[in-house]
Design a binder for this molecule. Sequence first.
Ligand SMILES: [Mg+2]
Length: 220
Amino acid sequence: MLFDIDGTLLHGRPEGHTRAMVDAMARVWSVPVAPDDVWAVDPAGRTDREIARLVLRGHGVADAAIDSGIAEWMIIASQVHERVAGDHPAPVAATDAPAVTAGLVAGGAEIALLTGNLEPIGRAKVAAAGLADRFGPGGGFGSDAERRSDLVGVAMSRARRSHAHGDVVIVGDTPRDIAAAREAGVRVVAVTTGAFAAQDLSEADGVADGLTGAVALIMA
Ligand SMILES: [Mg+2]
């Protein structure tokens, strides 16, 4: 079971994360970016690398220059996040996230993170919300690929056990989580705790109002 972070496990706008992304873009590409540039590219469900590319293109940076700076950007963004995260309100765990994830682990399910967040930032946010011990070293992150659907194969390759595609399910909160699942050939259950309502998520295999309901649909 692959859990998205923002809007799914955690609630609230990731302000420190956004600050880190834009400060690192300013450092690497010398462009005057601001957090509003990130909010303007419709970031929900996009990978951090995809968000960076869209923001940088908006500031006239060519794709070749984006490609040559992206590795350095990922490192700097993660370093800046460590420094600034405490200055911003942190996203908080969904009320039922501790119990739901603990129950899955106790029941023998393999759970992992599947998120567009750069890995160090995503893990720091999950740790700050008190959920770090639920998730092992596997998963798929925005530092692994720019296309969200590619993260599914990454996460499956890092799983402790071998899983058939039909046994893998994503829990996410955006139409892009659903599209990624379809492209990767796995199932997806959507939660309405992010920015999207049930009618926006109707392409999912199931829609629930939170993690408890999502897991109930998956286990049914
Ligand atoms: Mg999300």
